[in-house]
Design a protein around this ligand. Structure first.
Ligand code: MG
Ligand code: MG
Length: 254
């Protein structure tokens, strides 16, 4: 069942989202060669708690950290630690903030120094696919329109959407109904209604869509070792259309 949120509940998610947006902007700024992913994690936790929030990921199903830090061929769910960020890396950072009982979830991929033209294209296309999906988040559209928007942008660029991982509804819980695949048929699935709030998160591989889980039971890698990028926003469906609750200052998009 998709839980619709009241206007005041959406404002609570938006408050969590503002902290998260600022946190991710800070982490992007601090992601440079030599910094460890464990340091980024500590910065995130301190920032979120100083603002009165709780890092949603910490302890979630046993996850040991406040952010996921996933470099290069790692798609998502990387556990931060001693690993150092290196020149030429793509680093995907995902985080959640709980504030006043409501959750916001957002992710971005950061280019560390010169990553090359194709890696930048992968990032741009992933971001564009998210923005295309956000534009579908309005009353009367179908869930399949959101999924299809991602798939269309990604596959037109020659990349693959990860199929075994999905976006999700979000509210009091980080993961609520519905599941939001990054591929699908337009005009199919539940009709979108005012008050629904979605975490839309294209995970896009440079090569094939297959992925596997690492020995630590968390990190997900591309099956062919190709690069992957991940962008995510928490988006409310309002009468006026989509309202992005995790937009960062200076970020492109509506
Ligand atoms: Mg996330
Ligand atoms: Mg998510």
């Amino acid at each position: 069942m998709i839980i619709r949120k009241s206007t005041s509940e959406i404002e609570l998610i938006a408050a969590a989202g503002r902290i998260l947006a600022e946190c991710l902007a800070l982490l992007a700024e601090k992601t440079h060669p030599g910094v460890t992913t464990g340091t980024l994690d500590r910065l995130a936790e301190e920032f979120i708690r100083r603002r009165g929030g709780v890092p949603t990921f910490k302890g979630y199903r046993g996850f040991p950290a406040s952010i996921c830090a996933s470099p290069n061929d790692m798609v998502v769910h990387g556990i931060p630690g001693r690993q150092r960020v290196e020149e030429g890396d793509l680093l995907s950072i995902d985080a959640g903030v709980t504030l006043g009982g409501y959750v916001a979830d957002s992710a971005l991929t950061v280019a560390v120094g010169d990553v090359g033209r194709e890696a930048l294209r992968l990032m741009d296309v992933t971001r564009e696919s998210l923005e295309a999906a956000i534009l579908e988040c309005r009353p009367g559209r179908r869930l399949g329109d959101v999924s299809h928007a991602v798939q269309e942008v990604v596959e037109a660029a020659g990349f693959s959407v990860v199929r075994s991982l999905v976006g999700h509804g979000i509210g009091k819980d980080m993961h609520e109904d519905p599941q939001i695949p990054n591929y699908g048929d337009p005009g199919r699935g539940p009709r979108l209604e005012e008050g629904m709030v979605f975490a839309i998160e294209p995970m896009v591989n440079y090569g094939a869509h297959e992925v596997f889980v690492a020995d630590d039971g968390w990190a997900i890698h591309t099956g062919d070792g190709s690069l992957s990028a991940h962008f995510e926003h928490t988006v409310a469906i309002t009468a006026d259309g989509p309202r992005v609750l995790t937009r960062r200052a200076g970020e492109e998009g509506g």
